[in-house]
Every structure is written in structure tokens, then in C-alpha cells.
Design a protein around this ligand. Structure first.
Ligand code: MF3
Ligand code: CO
Ligand code: CO
Length: 398
């Protein structure tokens, strides 16, 4: 026989109803119970109720909690860094979704467990670039083709109102369907399966609950680990029609796309790894754009990041020359304003210091006997792609 339990009362102001399963998200986080009968009642009682969150004891005075904004009473969403001076108008929208997992039947890279890519750190010789044999090159071709498929699937979902967390779910599932591990997941403790970088974000944006807006640009950076090899690519996309009608937006995105194309034209045996930066910076400057220096292209193979280092800025001192069988990325990040970057307190999201737009494109490349193979090349039906630079008249149109 079931014991008679008094039904739980709603905490709402002067509310006589029984409570449902709805709880205050702040109380939940603080580990206290507070049930309400409805969103309406919760909203009505908010100005009184929030006082209970402030109830502090000596411990919270000694160890002040990290400052977090109040969750919106209706949606439960909040800015985790309300006192951080953001450089632009983009804000993180938390909570992040629950961690996603990969079936253990899919091979995981070494860092999947504890976040530390040990194989990358102990790799012999900082400037030793691996030359892949024919079978390993096939492994790179395969993972890069799969990575392109996954990027294209995610990019087809882009439209105003879609959240970057939804794009993360799409990428995560598409990786599993391809028996691949999403390389970003837990790499140096990165919390999600893909990087999504909006507007002033240079790179390494964490997928969250912010809906895309008409006029945004978004970079999706996908890396897969399949059969022992990593394949890495990214593209920047326009969100809605508004983005396409802004001449500055088109200028930074198309300049970044062209910088990657022009630098790939150089790649063949004998190319010095310091050369792409000269071509990239020259083109960026011709469009009155700047080149980010803090992040570089990188070797990629059985390791996510390894030698060579490939800077995107001019007059750099990168070591080494391309040889057949080497794999590396080029991934220029181009800004409308300052080249300088600033990282959010999440320790990942890199933004422009002045809040200006930033755009990036990335390919994984294989050096061949007489040139280069773009392993992550676009397919005939890939979404996105170049748009014409706005002419002077178009720019003044509304
Ligand atoms: N894909 C990025 C690159 O192009 C690296 C992302 S690392 C992560 O090198 F941890 F942020 F995912
Ligand atoms: Co990448
Ligand atoms: Co990369």
C-alpha cells in the first residue's frame, strides 16, 4: 500500500496550487528545491523569489561564487561571464547542453579520456615532419572525405534561429554514422564536438544556446578521427540575406576564402613553410583586412596537431620545406579591423580585440610529387561557396 504523502505546494506568491515538476533553475544549480505550478506563477513570483538565492552564509563570504548572471526566469538561459568586458556584441548563452558521448566501438584518440593529447606532446623533434606512405595517404584521403561530408551536412542546417548547439548535435551524429570520433571532443578539454565561431569570433567558439541571426557569419570547423587519422577543414557561411547585402561582411569572408586559395597554389615539393604567410598577408592588405598571428596551420596525420607550423602572416620565420607525403593544413583567419585577439574566460573562444568581424577557411593538404592534393576539397553539391564582391553601387543600395 502506498503511503499517503502530502502533495508538494507551489512556491508561487499567494499560490494555493500543488507544484508540478517545474523548478527554479538557479535553485537547482545551488542544490536547493523550489517547485512551481507553472511558468506563469514562477514569473509572477520572480522578484520576491530571487531573494532566496542571495541567502549567504560565512562560507559564501569566504569563497565568493564565480559571478554568473541570473538565469532568465522563463528560459533558464544565462551569460556565464557577466562581468567580463566583451569586445563586441556576441555573448555566450549557457547552459551548455549535456556532454555527448561516442560509442566505445568507435576508436577514440588518446586524449578522449582525460583531455591531454600525450602522443602530440612526446612526439620526437619539434620540426620533424612525418612523411606518410601510400597506405597512410589513403587513410588521410578517407578521413578528409568523411570530414567534408560532415561539414556539408552541418552547413545545410544554417539559418536564422538555429542554435550552434544544434549544429554540434548534427556534427556529433554525422560522425558516429561514419564510424568517426569528432576530434575536438575533449581535446585539451574542449567540451563539444565542433568549433562554431560567430562574427567577431576568430576561432574555437563553443557551441551553445545562442540562435543564429540574420546578418551573422558563422565558421564551422570540423575535424574527424577515423581509422587512426585526423582530417580537418572549415568554412565561413553567411546567415540570411542581410549578411550578403553588407559589403564589409562580404569583403572579409571572400578575402579569407581567396587567401586560402592563393596560398594553396604555392604548395608543391620545395615550398618553404614560411611562404604562404607572405601571399596571405599581401592579399589581406590589398582588401584592407588584417591577418591573425596567434593561430597557425599545422601538420595533421595520426596526430591532430603536429609539425610543421604554418603561419599565415608575412615575414614569418617558420622552419622547413614541403616534401611529397607530408600532410598539413592552411587556415587563415582574416579580420576587418585589428589582427589582435582576446580569449573569453571560457579559455577557448578567441575574438577580435576590437569586436570587428573575422572569417576563416581551412583545408587539409597532401603534398604530391608535383604539387598538392586538397584532401578536403568541396564537392559539386557543397553548400556555401564564393559570392561576388559587392560593387560600389551595390554597396550603396539598401
Ligand atoms: N580544428 C581546429 C584547427 O583547425 C582545432 C580545434 S581544437 C578544439 O586546428 F579543441 F578547439 F577543438
Ligand atoms: Co580546424
Ligand atoms: Co586545423
Amino acid at each position: 500500500m502506498a503511503a499517503a504523502v502530502a502533495p508538494r505546494k507551489c512556491m508561487g506568491l499567494e499560490c494555493e496550487n500543488n507544484a508540478g515538476t517545474l523548478q527554479c533553475p538557479t535553485c537547482l544549480k545551488m542544490g536547493t528545491d523550489s517547485f512551481f505550478c507553472s511558468q506563469d506563477c514562477f514569473k509572477r513570483s520572480w522578484s520576491e523569489h530571487k531573494a532566496v538565492h542571495k541567502k549567504s552564509n560565512f562560507l559564501t563570504n569566504l569563497f565568493p561564487p564565480k559571478v554568473v548572471s541570473e538565469p532568465d526566469p522563463v528560459t533558464g538561459k544565462y551569460n556565464p561571464f557577466p562581468s567580463y568586458q566583451f569586445t563586441g556584441s556576441l555573448r555566450p548563452v549557457y547552459p551548455l547542453s549535456a556532454p555527448r558521448t561516442i560509442p566505445s566501438s568507435i576508436p577514440h584518440p588518446d586524449y578522449a579520456k582525460d583531455g591531454f593529447p600525450r602522443s602530440e606532446q612526446k612526439f620526437v623533434g619539434r620540426h620533424n615532419v612525418t612523411i606518410l606512405n601510400k597506405e597512410e595517404q589513403e587513410g588521410m584521403r578517407k578521413v578528409c572525405r568523411l570530414a567534408r561530408e560532415v561539414l556539408d551536412i552541418a552547413a545545410r542546417e544554417i539559418k536564422p534561429s538555429v542554435t550552434t548547439d544544434y549544429l554540434d548535435e548534427i556534427v556529433h551524429k554525422a560522425c558516429i554514422e561514419r564510424k568517426s570520433y569528432p576530434s575536438p571532443l575533449n581535446y585539451m578539454h574542449f567540451p563539444k564536438s565542433v568549433c562554431t565561431s560567430i562574427n567577431e569570433t576568430i576561432c574555437h567558439g563553443i557551441p551553445d544556446q545562442r540562435p543564429l541571426e540574420d546578418g551573422d557569419i558563422i565558421n564551422i570547423d570540423v575535424t574527424l578521427y577515423h581509422n587512426g587519422f585526423h582530417g580537418d577543414l572549415n568554412e565561413t557561411y553567411y546567415v540570411g540575406e542581410k549578411a550578403l547585402s553588407n559589403p564589409d561582411t562580404v569583403r572579409v569572408v571572400e578575402t579569407s576564402r581567396e587567401c586560402l586559395e592563393k596560398s594553396i597554389e604555392l604548395v608543391k615539393p620545395g615550398m618553404l613553410f614560411r611562404e604562404p604567410g607572405n601571399v596571405i598577408e599581401k592579399h589581406a592588405k590589398s582588401r584592407n583586412c588584417s591577418v591573425v598571428k596567434s593561430y597557425c596551420g599545422h601538420g595533421i596525420n595520426q596526430l591532430f596537431h603536429c609539425a610543421p607550423n604554418v603561419p599565415h602572416y608575412g615575414k614569418n620565420k617558420a622552419v622547413g620545406a614541403a616534401k611529397p607525403g607530408m600532410c598539413f593544413t592552411i587556415e587563415p583567419m582574416i579580420n576587418l579591423g585589428s589582427h589582435r585577439d582576446r580569449t573569453w574566460p571560457d579559455d577557448w573562444t578567441s575574438t577580435t580585440v576590437d569586436g570587428s568581424l573575422s572569417a576563416q577557411f581551412e583545408h587539409t593538404l597532401l603534398v604530391t610529387e608535383d604539387g598538392v592534393e586538397i584532401l578536403t576539397a568541396r564537392l559539386p553539391d557543397s553548400p556555401g561557396g564564393p559570392v561576388p564582391m559587392p560593387t560600389a553601387e551595390k554597396g550603396s543600395e539598401n
